[in-house]
Design a binder for this molecule. Structure first.
Ligand code: HEC
Length: 169
């Protein structure tokens, strides 16, 4: 019985996008992109274009950035599906691109970078998708390994603890 409940519990976690995709660990993966890309309110074009408001925009559209013809003429509109293919292997998705990054091979890392990038609207503000039942602050508190002084952190800990208990009946 116990293991059945655990399996069901794991299933629930897998289908709720808020748990499958993790913007906080996406931020750590973004360190790899940071060598060439900026994101956020003060982001500027660098080796690569600004990545604000990526989802929904056409490839090659950031003003003032000099794209390769391959990228500019790719005809791609960045949505989750096209971006996932691209970031797994940029030079296969857009042959001739000048992005030399080899790609992210781990599907979980791709989930997380998608969640991270999705937070930023076209002005670089974090207008992000916040998983149901959690606020961004709450998610950050849950990620934090340090004891969190805010009462919110305590409440969140209790919520997670209760959920954990429920999964272990
Ligand atoms: C070594 C530098 C470098 C790294 C590292 C890098 N990129 Fe890029 N990226 C570029 C360049 C250069 C371009 C422009 C490509 C072109 O014009 O062909 C680009 C283009 C892109 C585009 C297309 C943007 C548009 O407006 O069409 C996306 C999306 C992108 N990169 C995402 C990422 C992500 C996410 C990461 C990290 C996982 C990453 N890149 C890592 C250099 C890099």
């Amino acid at each position: 019985m116990r293991s059945l409940v655990l399996v069901l519990g794991a299933g629930i976690f897998a289908i709720v996008p808020g748990y499958a995709q993790d913007a906080a660990s996406g931020e750590k993966i973004f360190v790899q992109c940071k060598a060439c890309h900026q994101i956020g309110e003060n982001a500027k074009n660098a080796v690569g274009p600004v990545l604000n408001g990526l989802f929904g925009r056409k490839a090659g559209m950031i003003e003032g950035y000099s794209y390769s013809p391959a990228n500019k003429n790719s005809g791609i509109t960045w949505d989750e599906a096209t971006f996932r293919e691209y970031i797994r292997d940029p030079r296969t998705k857009i042959p001739g691109t000048k992005m030399t990054f080899p790609g992210l091979k781990d599907p979980k890392q791709i989930d997380d970078i998608v969640a991270y990038l999705k937070q930023f609207d076209s002005t670089g503000k974090k207008a992000g998708i916040v998983p149901a039942g959690r606020t961004r602050e709450g998610a950050a508190a849950a990620q934090s390994v340090k004891p969190n002084p805010s009462p919110f952190g305590d409440r969140l800990t209790r919520v997670f603890y209760n959920r954990w208990l429920f999964l272990n009946i």
